[in-house]
Design a protein around this ligand. Sequence first.
Ligand SMILES: *Cc1c(COP(=O)(O)O)cnc(C)c1O
Ligand SMILES: [Zn+2]
Length: 373
Amino acid sequence: MIFKYICNTCGKQYNPDTSRFRCNCGGLLDITKTNFKFSKRDILTSEWSLFRYINALPFEEHFGMWRDISMGEGLSPLVTFDKDFPNLIVKVDYMMPTLSFKDRGAAVLISKAKELGVKKVIQDSSGNAGTSIAAYAARAGMTCDIYVPENTSAKKVNQIAYHGANVHLIEGTREDTAEAALEAVERGDGFYASHVYNPFFYEGTKTFVYEIFEQLNGNMPDTLIIPTGNGTLLLGVYYGLKELFAMDMIDRIPKIIAVQSENCAPIYKAFKEDKTTVDATIVNAGTLAEGIAISCPKRGKQILEAIRDTDGDVILAPENKIVETRKYLAKKGFYVEPTTAATFAAFFEYYNKSDKTRNETFIIPFCGAGLKV
Ligand SMILES: *Cc1c(COP(=O)(O)O)cnc(C)c1O
Ligand SMILES: [Zn+2]
């Protein structure tokens, strides 16, 4: 496989290196692959982590350092939610080393950084992505600087600091934090291990559907319900599905239904208004679903394309149902983050709205563990 960065705006291509995190034109980078072939036989069936799909991931041939970095992330359980609800399957993606699905992206991104010879990484996050990058950077022996908004919960800040990262608390909004990290990167302080900018993160999150392919023997459900803030899971899922389809491993692409918070819904708004880009003036009105409260997702255009291409939809999480849904899920055995409860609450409303959904099969991820907050 030959792979390069490709600009999502102008199409210019670059070899991945340690300093580039966007195109000269300012556009975001994706990964383009040539001579990419993958089949069931290419899965390393004796490897019990997401690196069993290493042959579908853009690493140099014979790259083996992931073995020292992996913590067995991935291969999360796929379980029927309830015997009375057999067409709903849950992928318990909080069963990860740092208790959120972000470990998928971090494991692959940090392994890639290792391959490129990176010694120091910089990232900005308000929570789970920062924890993941801090943990994997520690594992890879890299120095790590994480920028977080000043009001980030002490629990999350502590976890990041325990992994040995330098935590920079930034005054102001989430955007101010991103700006501070960007300035550090531009000063040459380190490699930008951003889950938003760096497309290798999405190569990690795509393993979510590679696993479903194996777990369900190639029989994809009708619909995937995906919480969406910056869209790192949604886009990874979409890229993964496109690859599996192109390789004839699945015979149809499920619908992707994105879930947004009703108090911060830029993707929802653009989708319903038939727009191709996201309105930059939306503000986060405050929500318990912090994990999806991104007022201006940088990859908004791509997220909208992905949803439309799968004939999907965008639904809203009712704010006043988050707490009770969290309790409901805990009574079923699943203790989840409020953001995950919000995702489920949105799904529930959608499911109950129409009879058509009765015969549909769904997969919903449980993205973050309840102990996190
Ligand atoms: C990050 C995160 C999300 C949203 O993912 P995006 O990549 O921002 O779309 C949802 N739930 C949890 C628990 C998360 O950590
Ligand atoms: Zn460009």
